[in-house]
Design a protein around this ligand. Sequence first.
Ligand SMILES: C[S@@+](CC[C@H](N)C(=O)[O-])C[C@H]1O[C@@H](n2cnc3c(N)ncnc32)[C@H](O)[C@@H]1O
Length: 268
Amino acid sequence: MERPNWAPGELDLTVPSAARVYDYYLGGSHNFAVDRAQARQAIEQWPLLPAALRANRAFLRRAVKFCLTQGIRQFLDIGSGIPTVGNVHEIAQAFDPACRIAYVDVDPIAVAHSRLMLSDNPNTAVIQADLRKPEDVLDSPEVRELLDLSQPTAVLFVAVLHFIADEEDPAGLVGRYLDAVPSGSYLVLSHGSSEGAPQRAAQHEDLYQRTGSRIFMRSHQRVLTYFGDCELLPPGLSQMTQWRPEPDDEYWGSPEQLSGFTGVAYKA
Ligand SMILES: C[S@@+](CC[C@H](N)C(=O)[O-])C[C@H]1O[C@@H](n2cnc3c(N)ncnc32)[C@H](O)[C@@H]1O
């Protein structure tokens, strides 16, 4: 089996990973046959899936730019993925080179690549951790050294909470991270949705389940609960392409077909 030199030796290449499947959807090259097989099946069921994920990425860009205009200069990006075009540090440091960004992912390839890409960028850190253990992230020496968590921070959960089961309490987990940052901070969130096409959502969940990982497509009402006490900013929890769209955005399909919700909230 192929094992490129960037793949850690202990990695099981027979099990797909959410990070590498996502990399394939976005046209990246850090994925294996098993990831591509899963991604192709998903695209067969849902041809607009790659377009949906590009729309998610475009939301990430607009939301980071919005936080920058609100004075935010530090970002905690949880479930940051394999680096691809338009990473948070690229957007933020183009605006202000002093911006600091801590990337967190559980996937060893996402982490290895992020570290490689950022080795000469002192205003970034990459932490391999599971978001379900907030203390592993918040108390990590890298995060503590890079970010001043007494200052307003943007906490990003972009396309990651749908990998967390209800019994693992996504809302409670988001709350733990938001408790660690002061008033004036922002929460940026996107999530796969079951609305509009429940049958397709069920197929998508079933495919992930069969290939060894789990995904949970959720309703608008459920995702709303993840914002806790934060003040959801206009236009509220919206379809991905509807959150403060910009004229140059390029999209395929109707917003509903893309099946995802996006929102940004303020911690008062
Ligand atoms: C769909 S990608 C999203 C990447 C990026 N945030 C974006 O929207 O472009 C989801 C990422 O979440 C990571 N992830 C999944 N479960 C996680 C967990 N429990 N802790 C940390 N990261 C996790 C995956 O490894 C993957 O890289």
